[in-house]
Structures are given as structure tokens and as C-alpha cells.
Ligand binder design. Structure first.
Ligand code: BGC
Length: 371
């Protein structure tokens, strides 16, 4: 190749490089143009996932990478469509919190077939080898913190215990329940608690560790499907079914804040309930207000800012050809998925100020009754 040809080739390569760079740097709203990172979240109907959207947007403000966030509105079909849309926009990395962990397999397999790196976000995608990484909170610790809180905040023995769980289609529901059961079971076996609303759990009360099938049987009776309406209906049915011996001062394992508020409203309205301790999760604003008003007792704060940073840090590592750092792995039924895990914090009335306001997560002006 003569000198002139070499120079021409080099400048052509340089121009192409600049062109590609410009495409990568185009606006981050995701409208039109190529998108580097696609983000798919399960539903806008639950404040938890709107929190994630807001925190992603804040983290991406100054990013040089283009991203687009789509919601699946509680539908696996819509979720697959979202993934296909993002594939057609040329994403290199997919960050996805599935609506249904098993059903999402088909969507991520389609992404994987295009060479896209898949990061499961908060909820694991199960029974497929098409998941590369998992960023998550320590979900077993969430359940253990809820169970321990109940133990630490009841008095005496024979305390009626109402169990509620998340949706069986969400792997996290099993992790939360597993964590809660690990600490509650010895206290059920020794008579501190009496299970009020699950014959399946009652039948398994002497088993320290439950199989997935055993947990499924319990969840079959006490699932909320993550739905406040279903939670309310179940709580009403349970209170109607029991006698006064299972009322009075009670403990309630509620899996998250949306379900906790619905269940708390039912128990709060029942005259034969003299007091209740109820758990939650997500530190949703409405539940922080419930905690300040003493209608919900605790929540497990999962700092979404950390999860978002972990997911984006991982995505950028992948885009830049580096191997993301992980801290362990989760078996999803098909493979061990490399995972990065974040700790959680128990929040009750006394530490709302330090954990949520002083840390800049929420503004004091968003609540009433803060001391
Ligand atoms: C999440 C929780 C959330 C629940 C319902 C779980 O997978 O980890 O934070 O409350 O889904 O959306």
C-alpha cells in the first residue's frame, strides 16, 4: 500500500470512529438513534419501580451513554415486546427486572441471541442460561429482618402470627419468605407465635428449612400477588375466619409496603385487634408516613441509588470491554448467575430521620409528624 492510500485509509478509519462516537453520545432520552443500554422495569403501578425509574434518570443525567427505560405493566407479553423494541434500537446491554421470573426467559434468550449482555435487576430470571449477571439486594436478609423485627417487638407467648407473601412468579418472594422463616420457625416451634392463617405453614412448623415446593404450598395460601387489593381481601377473609383467640395483640408478616398498608388498614379497622406489629419493605413514601402515624411498624429500606449505580457501573464495564466485579452467585435453576449484592437497613419510627432524611433519600417536607 502506498503512502497516499495509507493516509486515506487512516483518515477514513478516523472519520468512521468519530461517527460511531457521535452516535454513542447522542441524547440520553432514547428517542431515536442508537441506544446502548436498555432498561425494562415491571410496572409503573407500584411506587417501588417508579422510585427505580427516578433514580436511574438521576444517575444517567450526565452519562455519555444512551439509555431507554420501558415498563412492562405487569405483562410478560408487553415485556417481550419491550425487549424486542430495545433489540431493534441496537442495545449492547439489557438491564431487566422481570414481571414473571420464568416467563422472562424467552425475552432474554432473544436478547442473548443478538449478542446482548443481560443483567437481571433486583429480580432473578429463572430457568434459562441467558442471564449474564444479577444485581440485587440481599433478599434473604430482607425476610430475616422482617421476621426478627416481629420477634423483637412482641411480648409473651401464643402471639397470633399472620403470614403474607409476595407473588409466586417472583423469585424474590421465595427468598423473602425463606429469610423470614429461618428466624420465625424456632419461635413458632417454641410457642412464642401461633400461626393464624396458613394450615400449610402450621403443618411445617417443625421444619427449619423448607424446600421450594413446601414454600410454594404456603405461598399458595398466603400470597398477595404483590397486589394491595388482593392483600386487603385476604386479610378480611382471614379475620372473618378466626375466633377471638387469634385476635388481640398480633404480629403480621407483610412482604412489602404496598401490601402492608392494605393489610394494616384491615387490621386497624377490626375492633377485636387491640394492637398489631406489621412489617414492610421498600421505604415507600406512603409507608414512611404510615410509620410516622404508627399505622405500619417498620419497613426494610433498600437504597435504590446503590442498586442503580451497581447496574449502570456493570453496564459501563461491559460497554468498555471490562469484566464487571461480582460478589457471589445465585443459582437460577439452570446456571449460577454471577451477582453483586447490596445490604438493607431496617427503618422504624425512631430512625426515619437519620436513614431517610439525613441521607438525602427523601426531603423532610414530604412528611408530616417528623420530630
Ligand atoms: C421487589 C420488592 C417489591 C416487590 C413488588 C420484589 O421483587 O424486590 O422491592 O416490593 O417485588 O414489586
Amino acid at each position: 500500500m502506498n503512502k497516499l492510500m495509507k493516509a486515506l485509509t487512516l483518515s477514513f478509519v478516523a472519520v468512521m470512529f468519530l461517527f460511531v462516537l457521535a452516535a454513542c453520545n447522542s441524547d440520553s432520552s432514547g428517542s431515536g438513534g442508537a441506544v446502548s443500554v436498555g432498561i425494562v422495569l415491571p410496572t409503573k403501578d407500584e411506587p417501588r419501580w417508579v422510585q427505580d425509574e427516578e433514580r436511574f434518570k438521576a444517575a444517567l443525567e450526565d452519562s455519555e451513554y444512551t439509555t431507554e427505560i420501558l415498563f412492562s405493566q405487569g405483562s410478560s407479553a408487553k415485556e417481550k415486546e419491550n425487549v424486542e423494541t430495545l433489540i431493534s434500537k441496537g442495545i449492547d446491554v439489557l438491564v431487566i427486572a422481570p414481571h414473571d421470573g420464568a416467563a422472562a426467559g424467552a425475552a432474554v434468550e432473544a436478547a442473548k441471541a443478538e449478542g446482548i449482555t443481560v443483567i437481571a435487576y433486583d429480580r432473578l430470571i429463572t430457568d434459562t442460561d441467558a442471564v449474564d449477571y444479577y444485581v440485587t439486594f440481599d433478599s434473604v436478609a430482607v425476610g430475616a429482618a422482617q421476621g426478627q423485627y416481629l420477634i423483637d417487638n412482641v411480648e409473651g407467648t401464643g402471639v397470633p402470627l399472620y403470614l403474607y407473601a409476595g407473588a409466586s412468579s417472583d423469585n424474590n418472594a421465595f427468598l423473602f419468605f425463606e429469610g423470614a422463616w429461618s428466624v420465625l420457625q424456632p419461635k413458632i416451634a417454641d410457642g412464642t407465635f401461633v400461626i393464624a392463617n396458613s394450615s400449610e405453614a402450621e403443618g411445617l412448623k417443625d421444619k427449619a428449612e423448607l424446600s421450594r415446593d413446601e414454600m410454594s404450598a404456603i405461598l399458595g395460601q398466603v400470597t398477595t400477588n404483590w397486589d394491595p387489593n388482593e392483600s386487603k381481601n385476604k386479610a378480611e377473609t382471614h379475620l372473618t375466619a378466626v375466633g377471638d383467640d387469634l385476635k388481640g395483640d398480633v404480629a403480621i408478616l407483610a412482604p412489602n409496603d404496598g401490601t402492608a398498608r392494605a393489610i394494616a388498614d384491615v387490621f386497624g379497622a377490626e375492633s377485636a385487634i387491640s394492637s398489631y406489629v406489621i412489617t414492610g419493605q421498600d421505604a415507600e413514601k406512603a409507608s414512611i408516613q404510615y410509620i410516622l402515624d404508627e399505622k405500619q411498624t417498620m419497613t426494610v429500606f433498600k437504597d435504590v441509588r446503590t442498586l442503580v449505580n451497581d447496574a449502570m457501573g456493570m453496564a459501563i464495564d461491559i460497554l468498555e470491554g471490562n469484566t464487571p466485579e461480582t460478589t457471589g452467585s445465585y443459582n437460577n435453576g439452570a446456571v449460577d448467575v454471577k451477582a453483586k449484592q447490596t445490604d438493607v437497613i431496617v427503618v422504624e419510627k425512631d430512625n426515619v430521620q437519620t436513614e431517610l432524611i439525613d441521607s438525602g433519600y427523601y426531603e423532610a417536607s414530604e412528611f408530616t409528624g417528623l420530630e
